[in-house]
Design a protein. Sequence first.
Length: 120
Amino acid sequence: MATSVGRFEDPSVEVLDEAAAAFGLLAAPARLHLMWALSQGESDVTRLADRVGGALPAVSQHLAKLKLAGLVGSRREGRRQVYYVDDPDVVTVVRVMVGQLTARAHQRAVPVRRLPGAGG
């Protein structure tokens, strides 16, 4: 008799569509960088544009898309619009992926050191 320990049912089409849409939004390097920056703490659009190296209008458009998808939120503080992560689970995915890729890049960049007296 087979058991299904550790197995999950396949997700619904709706869930897969939603996940694909979120991954699609994060597939743009600029939006991924914005999510990474916001995972470090909330910020206004001017500081975000400086941090990610983007033009203010382009960064605003990216933030609007992320906000529409429910990945980020915003609130007004005087004349500033402050953005923050509205979906901490997505931040976890972003941190894991970026962290793993950064670690791999560092491993490839570190030259292999030979021990003194070793043959070769």
